[in-house]
Design a protein around this ligand. Structure first.
Ligand code: AMP
Length: 506
């Protein structure tokens, strides 16, 4: 059998009448209909000369047709390149110039911008809107539904996903058919996924979580996907009675907890709540368990590697840990400077190796070489430790590590202490330029509604609990923490906003 990801996930789907995707408006599409739609798109792609290794860029809203375009690209042997819909024209131009797609599919509202970019960078432009209408669908309508996938090997490219790039240039992670199929099939097993499952899908589909975890895993199991255009706590709660799985970023869980309707009864039909893409607070894990009797299953992954570790389906799901490495995935923790392995319990750089690890950064051989060890381990950039039971604990991104007066401070430790103080809703700790210390430990704090907790109270509460060098030099109050669409706190935004704090100009 070909190693084409489409065949690995969806062989035989063309005669499967079970429901694959239900849309917001209740309309449903069977696996056979999705296979036919993607077959038409694949024939159209092949007809305009899109073939092996050609890139197909998609900057479109979430729709069934967008999913069909992804599958059609795989079937045609080409490389799918989803772009965050929030990118500005200037950012989009960078990606298009870098990736040189043969075809760019965009929302009709952005057609003029994309045509201007394509006029300079090359590429044909077609449109697709959020209701599934546009020139792509029209152009493909008369093509046959049947399409035999172009044979691919495990090492051939299936997708390029640009990393969110909070520092420096965004990099295109090259993912192979083997990377994506091994990860999806492993997760089906690990999470006991089956055709009985009904997934609440409220994530965007330009990111690894919503596309490769949520969709690929559901396809491989022939589960049903309830597609929601965006996160809506009330709708999700109303849907739980006929669903079995929710995959979300931590903010989904925080917001669902705000609803009085979240309880054991409303979640009784659910069997699995998965969280990832950003750290889930141990507090959120515990409160969720109290309210629903479900332990959220936290997992850890990244664009370059797919999923790396997961708490177990059976067995303890530990609050504040991302669980054990997945089968066939090796994880080690090393000294960030020397690369030497560290003993259990020590914090260092998380490195990973396995069939899930990407093939390198597009057009960036030097960057790629710099992020792999000689023995093939990828340096994730995340700091963490393994415990005696083999569970991984993440303490933050390496670039968020604060070095103050020569001491290392891990922000998460300080944030956990601050979050426990009465009157604090949440916090983010960053290092800011400081004349004496190099970096000054600084806490940005969001007050709970109605709270008037101030800087003095927070510093006083921390004074007995943290070594002096770890205590924030300043506490600033913010309305909310800056987050990206996947719920990640954008510490670079805080660092920029308060860059002058210790120089008297902020
Ligand atoms: P992305 O490439 O956008 O998926 O971002 C990957 C990064 O998200 C990782 O390198 C981690 O820093 C972070 N991340 C993902 N899952 C978790 C998690 N469960 N806990 C903490 N950080 C996470």
């Amino acid at each position: 059998m070909s190693s084409n990801l489409y065949d690995r996930l969806l062989a035989g789907a063309d005669s499967d009448q079970s429901i694959c995707i239900e849309k917001d408006d209740g309309a449903a599409l069977s696996y056979a209909e999705l296979a036919a739609l993607s077959g038409r798109f694949a024939n159209f792609l092949a007809g305009i000369g899109v073939g092996p290794n050609h890139r197909v860029a998609a900057k479109v809203e979430k729709s069934v047709e967008a999913v069909a375009l992804y599958l059609a690209t795989l079937r045609a042997g080409a490389v799918y390149l989803p772009l965050n819909t929030a990118y500005t024209p200037a950012e989009t131009e960078y990606f298009i110039r870098d990736a040189q797609p043969t075809l760019i599919v965009c929302d009709p509202r952005e057609e003029a911008d994309l045509r201007a970019i394509a006029a300079k960078a090359g590429g044909r432009v077609e449109t697709l809107d959020q209701c599934g209408k546009g020139s792509l669908v029209q152009a493909a309508a008369d093509f046959p539904a049947r399409f035999d996938s172009i044979a691919r090997t495990n090492d051939d490219l299936a997708a390029i996903l640009y990393t969110s790039g909070t520092t420096g240039r965004s990099k295109g992670a090259m993912l192979t058919h083997g990377n994506l199929s091994s990860n999806a099939l492993t997760l089906v097993q690990e999470w006991r996924y089956s055709s009985k499952d009904v997934l609440i899908h409220a994530l965007p589909i330009y990111h690894v979580h919503g596309l490769f975890v949520a969709c690929n895993v559901s396809f491989a199991a022939r589960a049903r996907i309830l597609f929601m255009q965006k996160f809506d706590a009330e709708r999700i709660l109303a849907t739980m009675g006929r669903s079995t799985v929710l995959m979300g970023v931590p903010t989904f869980y925080v917001r669902l907890l705000e609803s009085p309707d979240l309880n054991e009864r409303s979640t009784a039909n659910m069997r699995l709540f998965v969280a990832g893409s950003a750290p889930l607070l141990a507090e959120t894990h515990r409160t969720w368990k109290q309210r629903t009797a479900h332990a959220i299953l936290e997992r850890y992954g990244m664009t370059e590697t797919g999923m790396i570790a997961s708490n177990p389906y059976e067995g303890p799901r530990i609050a504040g840990s991302v669980g054990r490495p997945l089968p066939a995935v090796e994880v080690r923790v090393t000294d960030p400077e020397t690369g030497a392995m560290l003993p259990v319990g020590e914090v260092g750089m998380i490195e990973v190796k396995g069939p899930n690890v990407f093939a390198g950064y597009w057009n960036m051989p030097d960057k790629t070489a710099a992020e792999f060890r000689a023995d093939g381990f990828f340096i994730t950039g995340d700091l963490g430790k393994l415990d005696a039971n083999g569970y991984l604990h993440i303490v933050g991104r390496g670039k968020d590590l604060i070095i103050t007066g020569g001491f290392n401070v891990y922000p998460k430790e300080i944030e956990t202490e601050i979050d426990a103080i009465a009157g604090v809703s949440e916090s983010a700790v960053v290092g800011l330029p400081h004349a004496d210390f190099g970096e000054g430990v600084t806490a940005a704090v969001v007050r709970s509604p109605g709270s008037s907790v101030d800087e003095r109270a927070i510093l006083a509460a921390l004074s007995g609990r943290l070594a002096k060098f770890k205590q924030p030099k300043r506490v600033v109050f913010v309305e909310g923490l800056p987050r990206n669409a996947m719920g990640k706190v954008q510490k670079n935004v805080l660092r920029e906003r308060f860059a002058d704090l210790y120089f008297g100009r902020a």
